[in-house]
Design a binder for this molecule. Structure first.
Ligand code: KG4
Ligand code: ZN
Length: 309
């Protein structure tokens, strides 16, 4: 990254092939693969960016949340490079990265902003009053949106990775033919486990009648319930006070329906930024940007219960 906003190179090694036969991420394999792939990825990133280690001013690494084995490998490599190259290293929270992906998308985007971060493990509504400061105002009581999509995809026989497969299947279905309940808790909390159970029972009731079209309709209904539930709370947060910038980010922000409906819900009440698909799902550029803006700032101490420290 140059200046926190310009991506010089952003290389990704996908582990989809590695985990596919197991139907989900195997933590041990994931960590080992990080260790094996990182040295080459680093060389590639430097080569593509056309920079030498001596050009680098700051290294950034994800320090959490995530799979502990993978985090250990990343932090170990980061610390090794920082020592070998005599460069400062900053640890960033993975979720900051998802918000900072939006800053790469719109170079003029600045806090204060309201964010909805939806990933495999998080569904968080957050206020970001300034760089490096995040106040979580809503989260999930049980499953995260991405996790719910992945589990629903598995029930529908779509395999791994589930979210994108469910998205594709939903495009051929009609949610009205197999309506599912829309979770709605008071306040800004999310809950997706009841919806997951509703899908399970519906599939059980349909039994052998659950053909390709029924499954597509169920995928569409499940997607609609998750998306409308997420946006209901975003809408509520928006109506609580003036906000001029809204960011919707994280892997689930790659979802077709969420992208369309978020634009409709936010409409002209604020400016909405959703990173392009390749910056929604996990990537290194967003971590570098977060390190540039947030890792070096002395953010005012936040109550840890508000999260994202
Ligand atoms: O942010 P991310 O890449 O990794 C985590 O930090 O977890 O998010 C991954 C999640 C997975 O649950 C994946 O199924 C979901 O994002 N996802 C999608 C779509 N693309 C990725 N969910 C719904 N529709 C999509 N198009
Ligand atoms: Zn993520």
């Amino acid at each position: 990254m140059e200046g926190g906003r310009r991506v010089l190179s952003n290389v990704i090694h996908s582990q989809v092939d590695l985990h596919q036969e197991f139907g989900g991420v195997v933590p041990e394999l994931a960590a080992r693969d990080h260790l094996e792939r990182l040295p080459h990825l680093l060389d590639l990133a430097l080569e593509k960016a056309g920079v030498q280690p001596s050009d680098i001013d700051l290294l950034a690494v994800t320090r959490g949340p995530g799979l502990v084995g993978c985090l250990l490998v990343g932090v170990g490599v980061g610390e090794g490079l920082a020592t070998a190259w005599a460069k400062p290293l900053t640890g960033v929270n993975h979720l900051w990265g998802h918000i900072y992906a939006a800053m790469l998308t719109r170079p003029d985007l600045e806090p204060p902003l309201l964010g909805l971060v939806v990933s495999g493990a998080h569904s968080d509504l957050v206020r970001m009053p300034q760089h490096g400061r995040f106040e979580v105002i809503g989260r999930t009581r049980d499953d995260a949106a991405g996790e719910a999509f992945d589990k629903a995809a598995r029930m529908l026989g779509l395999g791994y990775p589930g979210g994108p497969a469910l998205d594709r299947l939903a495009r051929t279905g009609d949610a009205r033919r197999q309506p599912l309940p829309k979770p709605s808790l008071p306040g800004l909390e999310f809950s997706f486990s009841g919806l997951k159970t509703a899908l399970l029972y519906r599939l059980r009731d349909l039994g052998a009648d659950a053909g390709a079209q029924e499954k597509a309709d169920l995928a569409a209904a499940f997607e609609r319930s998750v998306v409308e539930s997420l946006l209901e709370k975003l809408d509520e947060a928006l109506s609580k006070g003036p906000v001029s910038e809204v960011v919707v980010a994280g892997g689930v922000a790659a979802n077709t329906l969420l992208r369309r409906r978020a634009a409709e819900v936010v409409a002209d009440r604020a400016r909405l930024t959703m990173p392009p698909l390749e910056l929604c799902t996990d990537n290194a550029a967003m971590i570098a940007a977060a390190g540039f803006f947030a890792g070096t700032q002395q953010a005012p101490t936040v109550d840890p219960s508000l999260g994202w420290d």
